[in-house]
Every structure is written in structure tokens, then in C-alpha cells.
Write a protein that binds this ligand. Structure first.
Ligand SMILES: [Zn+2]
Length: 382
């Protein structure tokens, strides 16, 4: 069968004859005498598209045949018109070609091997078997993009087995049959059956996004081509939002956020100090009052705890503090110096749809009940 994508990766429409059509796992498995549909392989996902109007859902290579999983059956012997989803294919060509240049330059500069390659729907990842430092990755990204801008033509050859023996190339494995060599002159030479752009300028841009340690080397996340532009646009949009919200210049959003966080820390500290003063005043009010119940608006769970501790130290009995709203429920803290709140907590949680616990003399939690219900519960305790 003729693999048209190997001869011309820019071919988007073709005609072919249906050699076989069988019920498959996903629709019908169709084999043609020739196809421009790239089957999954070498890290590059399959093409999708149509065969005479029937949707091609997946394409896989099985036993040397390209099998198209089609939504509907096609008649054996019929001549069909194939059309591939070019937007998807060109995106895969840009990203696949970008990956070659990144892996090839990293290989020639530092001798690392690509030990894993995955093209996801958002990002692509490359696993290299050598640890690379931050500045090496910057250098790599610069070299790759310089090479792209130089707009080198990509050369595909099918060398003889004698020629292959002396040729230096990546993915040198015991390959059977005709080996297809893809050369990015000066950047990469690799055995590959995938589809690539014809000149590197068509990749446009390669952006390395994140790098993390992976086994003995690194996993690099990157995007190429239109994906890279879309990714950067989304990131810039977020930065523009932050810039507008903080009235900060576009290249000064980092320091503006940092300033905001410091201000927030200072406000938190000031609020904490004011809360402490307020709690101390409340504790004084409840001095020697015995069992006490307090509702206080707008406290975080830790504030409820600190208020309860402050009053408990002074009231001489059991102190219960609540903060919240009837519509959202209440956070609580309950303490009794030297007391045992186990049974009361159990009953409180049961009656008021609550949860929580702690030490025998101090518990914290929340209830899903109104202030009136809470007050009625405590009024009923002897
Ligand atoms: Zn390739």
C-alpha cells in the first residue's frame, strides 16, 4: 500500500480504492490501496478526517497496513475521496518537527538521548536522560529558535544499509526494512516515519515551558508553532488582567503582587492584634460568669479558638464560642478547664448536624444549624 504522507506531508486530499472493510472495535476498519492518513506512531498521534463523507475516527498501523477506523462501512472496491483534518495535522507537524530540533540540539551539545516523547492535546513532553541546568535550557531554547528562524529545509532520505552503517543518527535501532532518515541539517539526523514541515521557519516558535527532574534526567514540557502563540496569548491575557487589577505596568506585575502580599501580611498582623485586644475585653466582661456562650461575627476557625481560650481562662466554667451565619452554619470552639466535654460534643454534633472533636477539655468543629437552634440546645442542658 502507498503511504502518501511519507511522500508529501502537505497532501490533504486524495483518492484511494477500498481493499477491505470489516467491523472493528470502533466502527469499521477500512484498508485502502493508498492513503494520506498518518497512523499513530513514533510519538505522533494519528490523523482524523473523512473518507467520502464518512468520519475517520482513528488510524493505526497493523501488520504493515494503515487501518482507518471509520464511523460507517465503505464498499470494498469503491474509489473514495479522502480528506484529512489539516489544522490538526499541521499542528502535529509543527510540534513534531520542533521536538526533533530540541532533541537533536540537546544531543549534539550535551550528548543526551531522548528517552521518551509524548504529544498530548495541550503540551508535548520530551524526556532526556541527562540532568540539565536552568541556564542550559535557556541556551537550548535560544539555539532552537535561532535555527528555526534560519529557515533550514528538511531533507528526507532512504539510505542503503551500507550507508546507514556509517551514518550518525538518533533512534539507531535494529530497524527492519527501509529506514527513513529525517535530517534537519546541522541540528538533527533521526530515523523517523512521522510527518514534518518542509522548512524550519514553518515551526514559527518553540517555547520550553517547564522542566522537572525525571529519572536520571529531565522531563521538558514545551509547545511549538501555533500552539506556542496560543499558549503565550493565554498567559499574556492573565498578566494583562493582573496588570489592570493592580494598575501595574505589564512588566511590573510580579513586584506589584509581591507588594500586595506584603500589605496583606501586615493587615493580617494588625487584624490579629486588634482581635486579641477585643478578645481580652470580652474575656474581662465574662470574668467569673461560669458557663458562657458567645456569638461573634466574622471569625476564622482559628479566631473562634483563640476567643474561646481567652474567655475560658477567665469565666470559671464552660465556654462555647460560635461564629457564622444561619444560612451557612457556624464554626464552634468549646472549652472547660479540667472538664470533660466528650458527651456534650457528641450530643451537640448529633442534634445540630455538626462535626468536630478534640481533647476532653477543648473541642472545635462546625454545626449546620441556626443561632436559635444552638441557643435552644444549650438552654435545654441542665
Ligand atoms: Zn519525526
Amino acid at each position: 500500500m502507498e503511504k502518501l504522507y511519507e511522500q508529501d506531508p502537505y497532501l490533504t486530499a486524495f483518492t484511494g480504492t477500498v481493499l477491505s472493510c470489516q467491523q472493528g472495535k470502533k466502527g469499521f476498519d477500512v484498508v485502502l490501496d493508498r492513503t494520506a492518513f498518518y497512523p499513530e506512531g513514533g510519538g505522533q498521534p494519528y490523523d482524523i478526517g473523512t473518507l467520502s463523507g464518512t468520519r475517520v475516527l482513528e488510524v493505526h498501523e497493523r501488520g504493515g497496513q494503515v487501518v482507518h477506523a471509520c464511523k460507517d462501512a465503505l464498499e470494498v472496491g469503491a474509489v473514495v475521496e479522502g480528506s484529512i483534518d489539516w489544522e490538526r495535522r499541521f499542528d502535529l507537524m509543527q510540534n513534531h518537527s520542533g521536538e526533533h530540533i530540541v532533541s537533536g540540539i540537546a544531543h549534539s551539545k550535551w550528548g543526551c538521548d531522548n528517552v521518551g516523547f509524548h504529544m498530548g492535546s495541550d503540551l508535548i513532553t520530551i524526556d532526556l536522560n541527562i540532568m540539565l541546568a536552568e541556564d542550559q535550557l535557556k541556551e537550548l531554547e535560544q539555539d532552537v529558535n535561532r535555527y528555526i528562524m534560519e529557515d533550514h529545509p528538511i531533507v528526507i532520505t532512504f539510505p542503503s544499509s551500507e550507508e546507514l552503517e556509517t551514518l550518525e543518527y538518533r533512534s539507531k535501532k535494529a530497524l527492519t526494512g527501509q529506514v527513513r532518515i529525517v535530517s534537519f541539517p546541522g541540528a538533527d539526523t533521526c530515523a523517523c516515519c512521522g510527518t514534518h514541515v518542509s522548512t524550519t521557519g514553518q515551526i514559527g516558535l518553540v517555547k520550553l515551558l517547564t522542566v522537572q527532574k525525571f529519572r536520571e534526567g529531565v522531563r521538558i514540557e514545551l509547545v511549538c508553532g501555533k500552539r506556542a502563540f496560543d499558549y503565550l496569548n493565554r498567559a499574556l491575557e492573565q498578566n494583562r488582567l493582573v496588570s489592570n487589577l493592580l494598575s501595574a505596568k505589564i512588566f511590573e506585575t510580579g513586584s506589584a503582587v509581591s507588594r500586595l502580599l506584603s500589605e496583606n501580611e501586615a493587615l493580617k498582623a494588625r487584624m490579629m492584634a486588634m482581635e486579641e485586644q477585643h478578645f481580652a475585653a470580652l474575656a474581662t466582661q465574662h470574668e467569673g460568669k461560669g458557663d458562657v456562650m458567645v456569638f461573634e461575627d466574622g471569625l476564622a476557625p482559628d479566631g473562634v479558638r483563640r476567643l474561646c481560650v481567652a474567655i475560658m481562662e477567665r469565666c470559671g466554667g464552660r465556654c462555647v464560642c460560635f461564629s457564622g451565619k444561619d444560612s451557612e452554619g457556624y464554626k464552634y470552639a468549646m472549652g472547660h478547664k479540667g472538664g470533660d466535654l466528650k458527651e456534650l460534643t457528641k450530643s451537640l454534633n448529633q442534634t445540630l448536624n455538626g462535626r468536630g472533636g478534640g481533647k476532653p477539655d477543648f473541642v472545635q468543629g462546625s454545626v449546620n444549624a441556626s443561632q436559635a437552634d444552638i441557643e435552644a440546645f444549650f438552654a435545654a442542658i441542665p
